[in-house]
Design a binder for this molecule. Structure first.
Ligand code: NAD
Ligand code: IPM
Ligand code: MN
Length: 362
């Protein structure tokens, strides 16, 4: 198989984890005789430093021409001042919007070898296997107006906007995913306060009629954030709007023991997708070979599965990660007393070794 992959390392630990992802994919292409071509583009702070824009036209063109996009992370203190008109995050948001990637899938699994890395009790998390489907191109993130007003700019406005079709398409996607899983869909909103949430609820109830095999429940976001750490195993698929999904997914990451473990896939109706870890650029550990590369590596498995239909190869990456964790290897973000703590590059090498061993046996 021949595929063009756009590689956008970004800022902070982005380039460190991206390097690992590309190496893992090279190991897979060597084993299976696939031709993956990797073409790098600038995004975020790195792009601002280069040309003053967080999403240069050349990067957007590269992404449009590619079969899939890998992204590390953007942002950092260098570009953080509130007076900055141009921010790294605008590059990522612009890319999601320009490519129409409306459905962001964030799976959260309690990995057996990491059970004790979580701050939550073993019995609370041991059976967790949930999927957050976050709406990604609407809501407060993209509402117009978003501005400061008045002579002294003492009034600020952010607007939460959804068109009904934007809710329909992501909810439809969540139903389809729930159907292939345990058949339970929890729609999270704030319908006791927000009109947009009441419309969201109506859409969910209407679409539910098409999926009689899926059990639907509605949950208010404040309660959902509590339930997520009280009884997380009750969740199968969670569907929610952009900002709620952003917050709930970082919270849910602690079920795995670290934000560094979570992968994500941002999809639209065709096969093109953007794959990135859920975490950010982690400026506090950048450049020190401390970053956990597994969220990024697991994102490449999602890419193989969703964009290329290479389920077997995706599974081999996931199995390699499991094997390495089972052997006790972990990066420092995972608070484990046992096993062996390794750096980013060592962790990547362990995963590649596990892939090669798997292929040597079969
Ligand atoms: P963050 O996710 O970068 O870091 C939060 C904490 O988790 C930090 O202590 C960090 O060291 C740790 N962490 C995150 N990923 C890790 C990994 N792979 N391995 C080990 N530890 C990891 O969030 P933040 O500090 O709030 O944000 C920093 C910057 O990242 C901001 O500029 C923010 O806008 C940006 N950000 C970008 C993305 C993205 O590009 N998708 C996502 C979130 C935040
Ligand atoms: C994420 C990040 C982004 C978001 C930021 C960097 C714009 O937090 O991907 O979760 O809020 O969507
Ligand atoms: Mn986030």
């Amino acid at each position: 198989m021949n595929k063009r992959i756009a590689v956008l390392p970004g800022d902070g630990i982005g380039p460190e984890v991206m390097n690992g992802a590309v190496r893992v994919l090279q190991a897979i292409s060597d084993c299976f005789d696939h031709e993956f071509s990797f073409e790098e583009g600038l995004i975020g702070g790195a792009a601002i430093d280069d040309c003053g824009q967080p999403l240069p036209e050349s990067t957007l063109a590269l992404c449009r021409e590619s079969d899939a996009i890998l992204l590390g992370a953007v942002g950092g203190p260098k570009w953080d001042s509130t007076s900055h008109a141009v921010r790294p995050e605008q590059g990522l948001l612009g890319l999601r919007k320009e490519l129409g990637l409306f459905a962001n899938l964030r799976p959260v699994t309690a990995y057996e070898p990491l059970i004790h890395a979580s701050t939550l009790k073993k019995e609370v998390i041991e059976n967790v296997d949930l999927l957050i489907v976050r709406e990604l191109t609407g809501g407060l993130y993209f509402g117009k107006p978003s501005e400061r007003r008045g002579e002294n700019k003492e009034l600020v406005v952010d607007t939460l906007v959804y068109n009904v079709y934007e809710i329909e398409r992501v909810v439809e996607k969540a139903f389809q995913l729930a159907q292939k899983r345990r058949g339970i869909l929890t729609s999270v909103d704030k319908a006791n306060v927000l009109e947009s949430s009441r419309m969201w609820r109506e859409v969910v109830n209407r679409i539910a009629k098409k999926y009689p095999d899926v059990t639907v429940n509605h949950m208010l976001v404040d309660s959902a954030s509590m339930q997520l750490i009280y009884r997380p195993e009750q969740f199968d698929v969670i569907v929610t709007e952009n900002l709620f999904g952003d917050i709930l997914s970082d919270e849910a990451s602690m079920i795995t023991g670290s934000l560094g473990m979570l992968p994500s896939a941002s999809l639209r109706s065709d096969l093109v997708g953007l794959y990135e870890p859920v975490h950010g650029s982690a400026p506090d550990i950048a450049g020190e070979n401390l970053a956990n590369p597994l969220g990024m590596i697991l994102s490449t498995a999602l890419m193989l599965k969703f964009s290329f239909g290479l389920d077997k190869e995706a599974h081999i990456i996931e199995e390699a990660v499991m094997k390495v964790l089972n052997e006790g290897y972990h990066t420092g973000d995972l608070n484990l007393q046992h096993g062996k703590q390794v750096g980013t590059t060592e962790m990547v090498q362990k995963v590649i070794d596990a892939i090669n061993e798997n292929q040597a046996i079969s």
